[in-house]
Every structure is written in C-alpha cells, then in structure tokens.
Ligand binder design. Structure first.
Ligand SMILES: O=C(O)CCC(=O)C(=O)O
Ligand SMILES: [Fe+2]
Length: 433
C-alpha cells in the first residue's frame, strides 16, 4: 500500500496554454543519424555538424530532402544561392535561427567527438549548470506501478507535426495527461488537444512528490530573473513518452511559448535505461554530455536549461544486444518518461498582422543580440497553412515580460537574459553601448 500526504491537496487547476514542443524526430531511420550526418558532411564540407543536424532533423531525417534544401550539389538549378535566399530564411524562422551562416559554422574539419559521460549526481551537477539529478525519487512501489500502467497504455501514439508542408511522425509514442478538473482547453503543437488522458491516482501522487522535491531544490539555488519562485512551482500537465528499442527523440529545446522564459521542467525516467544527451546551443561545436537516468530518477531541467542547452534521447546503437541484466523486470526494453510541466506564460500573444498565435523564442545566434526574447508568428507552420510559399507571416515583436500583454515594439524595452558565463555575448553587447 502506498500512503502519501495528499488528502488536503487538490489537483492544480489547469490553465489555458498550449505547448509547442516540436519533436523533431526522424521518420525513417534505416540508417543511423551519425551515418546520415557523415554523408551530408561529405557533400557539404563547409557546414558544421550542428547545422547539418538541424537541417536533417527539419527534413524528418530524410537525406534526400536535406540535400534538396541545402542545394543539391549535383543539379545546377538547385544552387546554394536558392537555398540562401529563400530556404535559409525559412529555416531560420523554424529552427530558432539555429542554422548559422556558413562562415559561422565551419568546423575546421573536426568530426563530432564522443559524448562525455556523466555518471553520478555530482558529475551532472558540477558539469551542467542548469541541471540536477535525483535518483530514487518516488517510493519504489509507486514508480513500479506507474511504469506498469504506462508501458501497457495503448493510448500512446506517435506525434504528428508539420514542417515545410510535410507531415512528420515521431518514432516514440506520446500521451498527454491532464488533471481531471481542468476546464480550460489545452494546446499542444499549436492545436487544441482533444485527445488526452486524465491523471491516474499514481500520476497525481507522483506529481505531488515531484512538486515538493522541485520546490525544495529551488529554495537552495539562485533564481534566474524570469523563473517562478521556490514554493510556487506547480505542474499543470504531464507529457509522457514511451521509447521502444528502436525509438529516439531528437535534439531539441522545449519551446518556450507556454512554459515561458526560464522554465523548469522535471523529467522522470521509468523502466529501461536510455541515454539522455545534453549540449549547449552555442557555440555549435560544444561538447555533448551523456547521462543515463535510472528507473525512478528525476532530471530537473532548471531555469536556463531550455535557453542554453539542447537535449535528446539518441537511438540505441545499431544491432545492439541488450545484456540480460539491463532488461527491466517490468517494461523489458521500454523506457517511459514523464515530464512534469509548469505552464508559466498564461497570456497568449497574437500576431498583429494575421491574428495567429505567436511563438516565444530566445535569440542566440548573434552574440550582440543574444538573450533577447522574441515573439514570432506561428502561422507558417500550422497544419492549415502547412508552409505554403507566400503564405508565411512575418509578424514579430520583442517580448517584455513585465508588460501585459508581454510584448513591445522596441528592442530596448525587450526582455533579455544572458548566461553568466557567456563572455562572448557580454563583450559584444558592451561594445554596442
Ligand atoms: O525522454 C526524455 O528524457 C526527454 C523528453 C523530452 O525531452 C520531451 O518530452 O521534451
Ligand atoms: Fe524536451
């Protein structure tokens, strides 16, 4: 029997927010990401691994589409000029300006290096500034019950999203869980979520324990300017992914649009242990770190994590044999992940040009602009529009979190955050003053 102090606790009221968390997952993975990147590197030696990876991801893992987008080197009409003039501009809009100009992403011919393994809580927390690791967070019985139920839950489905007019389907399965008493609609990937599950008692219990732990950890950390105060971090939705041995989740930062700036996300791992990789969003040749979150462990992605890092769950190595001792007694080779999310940005911002909802991003490509939060119109990548040429909207505003609605036309009034250790941005911005 699991007994927890939950009697006086009511389920947090859900708020009307969507979560544009584009899962840039490869559709067909006959070949590994590394192999595809190596092939693209051969064709486009001037581009860095980071830029090529972004292109490959944006093309649903298709090498052919990536080559077309980059300017197929074998066909004269698809020159890099065409790519630069239209496609790169488009890519920048979709990829949070992640595809850097050629000059900025030269790699000096270096190959992607092996990830640096972080084995212990101390390793993780001394290396990754915006991340803490907490093994054995729930009573084991509760963790096992959750895993048992979620790994058998047939309502988990691949995520579908549109990119450049192409329907992309993730290869891990997901399910959104909302509290039973939620009345406001919930949005995900720009669409109102009609199909979701309500919390089971186990999810509710897990949420309460996770909230307690996160608030406790927050009380011992220095807060960043836009994050929620310690004690006030509350979860309004739980997103769950289920990974079978041939699924992955590609490099991404979770979209800030509804979780807000300096969001805090708690990520619970259950079942089979998979790698969780992390790297900084800039510079593009940053080291990759590899964590192996165990059954019943929590990774807290603290304020600054979504701004400064990307994360992914990579594929298992091809043809890997899972040793018997690694097979999980409940879920076998399946890992289930639950991300507990606080939807802090309650005000929806609409585009003044077309009325579509705006997407919140933080610029980081140009050190002199790095840290500025901006709203961009989301019209170009909704399902209805599905990126029809000429129908993209250029609606744009600077975010200003102390205002309601939280935006401004003036860059100087815009909200900005630069990481403490980002000397490059600090220097570039000092020079402008
Ligand atoms: O499965 C994980 O550990 C990560 C999940 C994640 O990043 C997401 O759902 O956005
Ligand atoms: Fe994520």
């Amino acid at each position: 029997m699991i007994t927890l102090r939950i009697s006086s606790r009511t389920t947090p009221q859900g708020l009307q927010r969507d979560d544009l968390k584009a899962r840039l997952i490869y559709q067909s993975m006959a070949r590994s990401t590394e192999e595809k990147i190596a092939e693209l590197q051969n064709l486009y030696p001037d581009y860095g691994v980071d830029g090529l990876l972004d292109v490959l991801v944006s093309c649903g893992g298709s090498l052919k589409r990536s080559a077309q987008l980059l300017g197929d080197t074998t066909t004269p009409e698809s020159s890099s000029k065409r790519f630069k003039s239209r496609q790169q501009q488009t890519l920048n809009r979709f990829l949070d300006v992640r595809l850097l100009p050629k000059a900025a992403i030269k790699t000096n011919g270096s190959k992607a290096s092996r990830p640096i393994e972080l084995h212990s809580k101390e390793d993780v927390e001394s290396t990754l500034k915006y991340c803490t690791y907490h093994p054995n967070v729930l009573p084991l019985e509760l963790a096992n019950k959750l895993l048992e139920a979620l790994s058998k839950d047939t309502s988990f489905k691949p995520n579908e999203f549109y990119l450049f007019g192409n329907k992309c389907i993730s290869n891990c399965k997901s399910r959104i869980f909302l509290p039973e008493n939620r009345i406001e609609p919930f949005y995900y990937n720009g669409k109102r979520v009609e199909s979701y599950s309500t919390y089971s008692d186990e999810i509710m219990m897990a949420q309460i324990l996770v909230e307690e732990l996160v608030n406790d950890v927050l009380s011992q950390r220095t807060a960043l300017p836009f994050q929620v105060e310690a004690g006030k971090w509350e979860v309004q939705a739980v997103l769950s992914n289920s990974y079978s041995r041939d699924s992955n989740l590609d490099w991404h930062s979770d979209r800030l649009t509804n979780i807000g700036p300096h969001a805090i996300i708690a990520s619970l791992s259950l079942g089979f242990t998979r790698e969780f990789r992390v790297r900084r969003v800039h510079p593009s040749n940053s080291s990759t770190y590899s964590l192996r979150p165990q059954h019943n462990s929590l990774i807290i992605m603290h304020a600054g994590f979504q701004e400064e890092y990307k994360h992914c769950v990579p594929f298992l190595p091809k043809n890997c044999n899972i040793p018997a001792e690694d097979v999980h007694p409940i879920s076998n080779d399946v890992r289930v992940n639950l991300t507990f999310r606080n939807y802090a940005l309650t005000t929806k911002v609409f585009c003044k040009l077309c009325g579509f909802p705006m997407d919140l991003r933080r610029s980081f490509k140009d050190p002199s602009k790095r840290g500025l939060y901006i709203f961009q119109c989301s019209k170009s990548y909704t399902e209805e529009n599905s990126f029809k040429e000429g129908r993209e909207c250029k609606g744009f505003a600077f975010a200003c979190f102390k205002k309601k609605p939280p935006f401004t036309e003036f860059e100087t009034d815009g909200s900005r955050w630069i990481a403490d250790d980002d000397l490059e941005a600090k220097q570039a911005q000092r020079q402008l003053k």
